[in-house]
Ligand binder design. Structure first.
Ligand SMILES: NC(=O)c1ccc[n+]([C@@H]2O[C@H](COP(=O)([O-])OP(=O)(O)OC[C@H]3O[C@@H](n4cnc5c(N)ncnc54)[C@H](O)[C@@H]3O)[C@@H](O)[C@H]2O)c1
Length: 274
């Protein structure tokens, strides 16, 4: 088989959660550009309308549904409707997530932030992040498995983070727990579903320019500063994640399951500041 043929997703039915912006939008783009039929689930109705129209205008098969991943019944209905429409569900990206905004130190880790300290971390904030970034991933994997298992095929990809493996102290405790939990949940699902030829993997991005955290990474000055913390000396754009997304969605990755693949410009290695 020619290498290019291994990456074919033509005609696949795909769902991407949190795909109206940022990393999820990049996943939707690369799938649709390569011939998949893509349904984007997101809470941001304006963003969904704008981005799905933009992609349809390119001639790609993309639709949007306003769905909150914390509403598990609505999520199930969206999966049922989409799988019914396509007659198949081949690929699911469990990507929707939020960044709670503050940790116990500033984002550059140079000073303590009392509001982010554990003794001041309130239940509402903790529960919101776990509800979305962990429970939402659980509900998404469950909904996908219900459609993929009878067909004995499928690809599930979870967006985790560098924070699944090391503490990003400027972001906050619940995000660390949710992302580490999502990574291990991915492994549990991978083992359980392997017998049914469903692979479950994770993409763990590093610092990526998106609208997360009120869009703080959109600022060029921030990009330059954060880029210096990265061995490759730049932050990622969503383009940097597309190749891996297509790989994990396509036949090219058919013998890979339970893997968390890091796309972080080398941050896991540590850094030298020469
Ligand atoms: N940007 C980074 O540096 C970075 C790094 C590591 C991991 N991530 C992860 O990447 C994923 C995508 O984040 P992003 O950076 O692209 O952010 P983003 O804010 O640009 O996009 C997130 C999307 O998720 C949607 N969303 C939020 N809550 C939702 C809900 N309850 N139901 C459905 N959709 C919802 C938002 O409307 C938005 O369209 C998240 O899981 C995030 O934790 C981001």
């Amino acid at each position: 088989m020619k290498a290019a043929d291994m990456y074919k997703v033509d005609g696949y039915g795909a769902i991407v959660t949190g795909g109206a912006s940022g990393i999820g939008l990049g996943f939707a783009e690369v799938l649709a550009e390569n011939g998949a039929r893509v349904t984007v689930l997101d809470v941001n109705r304006d963003g969904l309308d704008r981005e799905t129209k933009r992609l349809r205008d390119k001639g790609w098969d993309v639709r949007g549904m306003t769905v909150d991943v914390t509403d598990h019944a609505a999520l199930d209905r969206a999966f049922d409707e989409t799988a019914g429409l396509y007659g198949r569900l081949d690929v699911c990206f469990a990507n929707a997530g939020i960044d709670p905004g503050i940790g116990f130190v500033s984002i550059d880790r140079t000073r303590r932030v009392p509001e982010g300290a554990i003794e001041n971390y309130d239940d509402a904030r903790w529960n919101r992040v776990i509800e979305l970034n962990l429970n939402g991933v659980f509900a998404t994997i469950r909904a996908a498995a219900r459609h993929m298992k009878p067909r004995r095929s499928g690809r599930i990809v979870v967006t985790t983070s560098m924070a699944a493996m090391e503490i990003e102290a400027g972001i906050g405790a619940a995000y660390m727990a949710a992302k580490a939990g999502a990574a291990h949940l991915m492994r549990n699902a991978a083992l359980e579903l392997a017998k049914y030829q469903i692979t479950v993997n994770a993409i763990a991005p590093g610092w990526t320019i998106t609208n997360i955290g009120a869009g703080w990474m959109q600022d060029k000055k921030v990009q330059d500063e954060v880029g210096q913390w990265v061995p490759l000396r730049r932050v990622a754009s969503t383009e940097d994640l597309k190749g891996l997304a297509l790989f994990l969605a396509s036949p090219a990755s058919s013998y890979i399951t339970g893997a968390q693949i890091v796309v972080d410009g080398g941050c896991q290695l540590g850094n030298v500041f020469d």
